[in-house]
Design a protein around this ligand. Structure first.
Ligand code: PEP
Ligand code: MG
Length: 315
């Protein structure tokens, strides 16, 4: 089969009618950052800080963390970046943090829940992130993983502000959080949908199991309906809603997400040009039509088909 040429993209995310949508990168290392900048990323929507410490058996010092984060952020000097606090647990256990005796690690003390139990670990990480923001010159926002309630969001935002960091957000990747998006957005500056975990939890289907990949399909209408709730909450409160799960890397689905009210799409470097150029070829109105059609579909294959048709993309 012929290899499709990389599409042209000028590095500014927007629809054909000029609505701005930030096309940004998911990174976990300085190599990822370099590749993403070269591919045109306008910033970072998700820096997975836990990727720096997958083998750490003791908590890294504030100084070591500051240096590690600054290295990843420096290529994005002057650009907006979202640093996620440690998302330890389940598919990403950290030896120095993750409890070993949990029967269901995906439902266990993970992500921000560890921060609640050990606030010192979170505060030291926030101190390191504030230092790395200074060192790198990147425009840093901080967000928490695995947030379920508005109370948790408020608790996190307060610690972020206490660390002198100007912008706090949370991930929406637990169904309860999607259902409480308005209350959560009232506490933070932005939210970002983690569609990988949101799909896993809404379908009760382990994201690591290939046998359940059909349920974890990001075109599942039930998942899109939850995302729609979050988009509506963002519009109502006038605060940004992003997506940093794999869903954002599918060009047609990216357009559907924009139609659902999402204003930034964060993905791996390899997907940036295709998503950016596809979005540049469709109008906001057709994104909304595609979103409506996908929401009303009965299954993921049909959702994809009707959305692509509404966008004027081939099958
Ligand atoms: C997600 O859950 O969609 C996400 C972006 O975070 P991670 O894949 O690191 O869990
Ligand atoms: Mg996640």
């Amino acid at each position: 089969a012929a290899v499709e040429a990389e599409p042209e993209w000028d590095g500014t995310g927007r629809t054909a009618d000029g609505q701005r949508v930030k096309i940004i990168a998911n990174v976990g290392s300085s190599e990822d950052s370099t590749t993403s900048v070269a591919a045109g990323a306008e910033g970072v929507g998700l820096f997975r800080t836990e990727f720096c410490y997958l083998a750490a058996t003791t908590e890294p010092s504030v100084e070591a963390q500051r240096a590690a984060y600054a290295k990843v952020l420096t290529p994005f000097h002057g650009k907006p970046v979202v640093v996620r606090t440690l998302d330890a647990g389940a598919d990403k256990p950290l030896p120095f943090l993750t409890p070993e005796d949990e029967p269901n690690p995906a439902l266990g003390v993970r992500g921000l829940r560890i921060g609640r139990e050990q606030p010192g670990v979170l505060d030291r990480q926030l101190e390191a992130i504030a230092g790395a923001a200074e060192d790198s010159g990147a425009e840093v926002s901080v967000m928490a993983p695995m947030v379920a309630t508005a109370e948790e969001a408020a608790w996190f935002a307060e610690r972020v502000r206490a660390a002198g960091l100007p912008r706090a957000g949370v991930m929406i990747e637990i169904p309860a959080a999607a259902l409480s998006a308005k209350e959560i957005l009232a506490e933070v500056d932005f939210v970002s949908l983690g569609t990988n975990d949101l799909a896993q939890y809404v379908f009760a289907a382990d994201r690591m199991l290939g046998a359940l990949a059909g349920l974890n399909d990001p075109w599942q209408p039930a998942l899109l309906r939850l995302i729609a709730l979050v988009g509506e909450a963002g519009a109502e409160l006038g605060k940004p809603v992003g997506v940093c799960g794999e869903a954002a890397a599918d060009p047609a689905l990216g357009c559907v997400l924009v139609g659902l009210g999402v204003s930034s799409l964060s993905m791996n470097a390899a997907a940036l040009a295709r998503v950016g150029s596809t979005l540049g070829g469709v109008t906001t109105d057709s994104c909304r039509q595609a979103a409506r059609a996908a929401l009303a579909a009965g299954d993921p294959a049909r959702a994809r088909q009707v959305a692509r048709a509404a966008l004027g993309l081939g099958a």
